[in-house]
Design a binder for this molecule. Sequence first.
Ligand code: SAH
Length: 215
Amino acid sequence: MMDSFRHQGLRKQLIEQLRLKGISNTTVLQAMESVPRHFFFDSSFLEFAYEDKPFPIGAGQTISQPYTVAFQTSLLDIHKGEKVLEIGTGSGYQACILAKMGAKVFTIERHKSLFDKTSKLLPALGFHSIKTFYGDGYKGLPAFAPFDRILITAAAPEVPDGLLDQLKVGGHMVIPVGASDLQTMTLIRKIALKEHETETHGTFRFVPMLKDKVK
Ligand code: SAH
């Protein structure tokens, strides 16, 4: 796929919009400026890639709105070399933003069709270090735990205990919590083995985090 001057220009405008909407983390903005979001769209929908909106990616799922990606990534506060677990690979866009920022990314998707598509796309785009998994994010990845950061990109009815267990002491989890239409963006800091503090950051709308993988 091509990254034309036109796409680069549209991307610059999108980053400017995110700035105006209050995103100030320059590392996040730089990563989003360097990853062509239209690579994650089917070719017939390229013109939608630089609107600040979610968009369907198949299997009833969506690529998150750029503002939401910027907001969650800023809250996550990642540093180079950190191990990050993402639940909800979807298009793979968020995973690439994390990888661009130097994270070691592990990402899980429960839809086989999305997993198949994205696990081929990411290396083709040059993101060879992202490890993709087909499975149920509620279970996390015990074999690769503990993680410095855990990011959930689907609406969780509550904070999954199993995932908190896979977070390092000192680690952060960013998770939209709520079963209804709107979820509360929640930042969890694990301060001891069985102790964490919780901070809330406004409301967002995500597709649901569902149990078990599907074909
Ligand atoms: N981060 C994605 C956003 C995709 S939307 C992107 O950048 O495009 C959320 C994704 O979470 C969907 O693809 C959905 O299938 C997936 N999902 C929902 N529940 C899940 C679970 N329990 N385990 C893994 N993935 C899940």
